[in-house]
Design a protein around this ligand. Structure first.
Ligand code: NAD
Length: 259
């Protein structure tokens, strides 16, 4: 039996995680963290990120799908309590200071971060790295286009950034040197080796990502479309099961999926 506490338990992902965990006999939700600490019913202890101890007590794994600020606060206030457990982080838009906290925690806990928990996207990331390594970056331009629902608060998506990182790795570039977000105005000609990023927001799109490799006379497009957000929750629960009891360190979905 794996006991789980969810940070962001009242959000879209949090509620989906509670529903799906209920379908697995080996998973139990024992705690929740959100803005207010009122009782979530069904014996789930709910706490806040500023004082998360009560919700962390019985958990083998903590799964976080909240906001960048809430993740930061949880790591800051819960660092000692989280040591020795397993932590799955799905929140996107994290800043460098939060990544520093994750690095610190990973010396004392098994931590898995993923911008996207779908099998398809993780395979797409591996493919992007291979394709970009095989193509001459001077002859093939790369553009990444992502689309999400209107309520999403960060852009480009964490997944688009992970795909861009994979392309940059394949070409032995540093992403920060070649990334170009949404062109506008007098842009000048496209520099060789640039990776263009574009974000579409609207309606209830769950998550689409296209990676275009554009040559002079031909074009390759690798595309993934998520049709139901339950797929991310499913992947996060698979990750939680896999991570429980592992040695301290930083892990990714590619470790879980062995790809
Ligand atoms: P949401 O807005 O529906 O839920 C966020 C939850 O966090 C809410 O319940 C909110 O009350 C809570 N929260 C906000 N501030 C808080 C604070 N200070 N303290 C405690 N709780 C706080 O969002 P969502 O669609 O569930 O997405 C949550 C995060 O997960 C986002 O960053 C999103 O980009 C990310 N996400 C990642 C994946 C993935 O596969 N990695 C998939 C979907 C969403």
């Amino acid at each position: 039996m794996t006991s789980i506490t969810i940070c962001g338990i009242r959000g879209r992902m949090g509620r989906t995680l509670v529903r799906l965990a209920g379908e697995h006999a080996d998973l139990r939700i024992v705690g929740g963290i959100d803005r207010a600490d009122e009782d979530a019913g069904a014996g789930i202890v709910v706490a806040t990120v500023d004082d998360p101890a009560a919700a962390l007590e019985d958990a083998d794994v903590i799964i976080d799908f909240s906001t960048a600020a809430a993740t930061h606060a949880l790591l800051e206030h819960g660092m000692d309590r989280l040591a020795g457990s397993a932590v799955v982080i799905g929140t996107t838009g994290l800043d460098a200071a939060t990544h520093d906290l994750i690095d610190r925690l990973s010396e004392r806990a098994a931590v898995l971060t993923a911008a996207n928990f779908s099998v398809g996207v993780n395979l797409l990331e591996a493919l992007c790295e291979r394709v970009s390594a095989a193509l001459d970056s001077a002859a093939w331009d790369v553009e990444i286009v992502e689309a999400h629902h209107a309520r999403k608060v960060d852009a480009p998506s964490g997944t688009a950034l992970a795909l861009a990182e994979a392309v940059a790795r394949g070409r032995t570039q540093t992403l920060a040197d070649v990334r170009r977000d949404g062109r506008t105005g007098e842009t000048g000609a496209r520099p060789t080796g640039e990776i263009g990023m574009h974000a579409i927001r609207g309606g209830d799109i769950v998550g689409d990502h296209s990676v275009l490799f554009i040559g002079a006379r031909e074009r390759i497009e690798l595309r993934h479309s998520a049709q139901d957000r339950a797929l991310f929750a499913d992947g996060a629960l698979t990750a939680a099961r896999w991570l429980a009891g592992r040695a301290p360190g930083r892990y990714t979905m590619r470790d879980v999926l062995d790809i």
